[in-house]
Design a protein around this ligand. Structure first.
Ligand code: UFG
Length: 327
């Protein structure tokens, strides 16, 4: 059992990972300033409401709790917002990470799992995407993650900080036992928006049907959040066992178009999704699909929940609960 500090543990992926860590027998402290996360996602006994730039408080906490490793989720994640507020994304995502890394150095914590993204690849020349393909971000959000990955490369060399960057494809779904789910505000992600369209009757917009794909809509690699949580545990345990720094894609290798996802949502819910076709969204690549072989072969990761049906069933169960609670 290890003592793990999770930043952003009140957010979507952070809270599911915290749950998985606790179930695996690890001891977890969560640091979250609740600017985007939700206090109800974390056991209050674990939650420290600290900003990442409060270096003294972080160092004190890491020393007092004898933290063995950090999993760093805390960041802003909206691609569109990052194009309107680039300074916010660089100061929060890069500045926040640098402050955390400084505190880790002062407290002598040498292991880190970092939330990166498929957005580091931008508009890749070929799919499936392998980890050796070049960084080519097309948004401040994507570049903020590239910058942190680069900093981690230098800290591996000069600070003996061992880190694993996990480049997520499209995180989705909810805890299969219904304890947690996706609650972004505002919501921008496809599956929760489709479920909301069913609930409200207000049509959602499909961003473009003239891409070079079989049905003209964009293809993405949808990965269940609990499988994503498991990837963090594989990465963490590798580092705790003395494994080297590295970067891994986290996806399934299977791609679904927006229209295929809509059809799957209709099958699972038994309801029609009201939608209309709109213009393309700037910055969307036609196809983003991972080659995730490295994570399976090097770290032994095995996804369990990432078939589209299970993803939508778990997301729908969570959404129905929210509706029942009037949230
Ligand atoms: N889409 C629509 N209508 C909507 C919302 C989404 O048609 O209202 C489409 C998008 O065009 C895209 C697909 O649904 O083709 C998925 O879109 P999301 O916004 O759910 O996710 P993205 O693929 O844009 O982005 C996700 C993460 C990013 C990450 C990126 C990397 O949200 O943080 O994957 O691939 F950078």
């Amino acid at each position: 059992m290890a003592k793990i500090l999770v930043t952003g543990g009140a957010g979507y992926i952070g809270s599911h990972t915290t749950l998985a860590l606790v179930e695996r027998g690890h001891d977890v402290v969560v640091v979250d300033n609740l600017s985007r996360g939700h206090a109800h996602n974390v056991d209050p006994k674990r939650l420290w409401r600290i900003h990442l730039t409060d270096t003294d408080a972080l160092v004190r906490l890491m020393r007092a709790e004898k933290v063995d490793a950090v999993i760093h989720f805390a960041a802003y994640i909206a691609v569109g917002e990052s194009t309107r507020e680039p300074e916010l994304y660089f100061s929060n995502n890069v500045g926040g990470s640098l402050a955390l890394l400084t505190a880790m150095q002062q407290a002598g914590v040498k292991r880190l799992v970092f939330s990166s993204t498929a957005a580091v690849y931008g508009m890749p020349e070929r799919v499936p995407i392998t980890e050796d393909m070049p960084f080519a971000p097309v948004s401040p959000y994507g570049d903020s993650k590239v910058m942190v990955e680069r900093i981690l490369g230098w800290l591996d060399q000069y600070r003996d900080l061992r880190s694993i960057s996990l480049r997520y494809f499209n995180a989705c779904g909810a805890d299969p036992q219904g304890r947690l789910g996706e609650e972004h505000n505002p919501e921008t992600h496809l599956i929760p928006l489709l479920l909301k369209a069913i609930e409200t009757g207000v049509p959602m917009t499909v961003f473009g049907d003239d891409y070079d794909t079989p049905d003209g809509t964009c293809i993405r690699d949808y990965i269940h959040v609990s499988d994503l949580a498991e990837a963090h545990i594989c990465a963490l345990e590798s580092l705790l066992n003395g494994g080297p720094s590295d970067a891994f894609n986290v996806g399934t290798g299977a791609g679904y178009s927006v229209l295929e996802v809509i059809r799957a949502v209709e099958e699972v819910t038994g309801r029609k999704v009201p939608y209309e076709i709109g213009p393309r969204r700037p910055g969307d690549a036609a196809v983003l699909v991972a080659n995730a072989d490295k994570l399976r072969t090097v770290l032994g990761w095995r996804p369990q929940y990432s078939d589209l049906r299970t993803i939508i069933e778990t997301a729908w169960e969570f959404e129905k609960k929210r509706i029942a609670k009037g949230q």
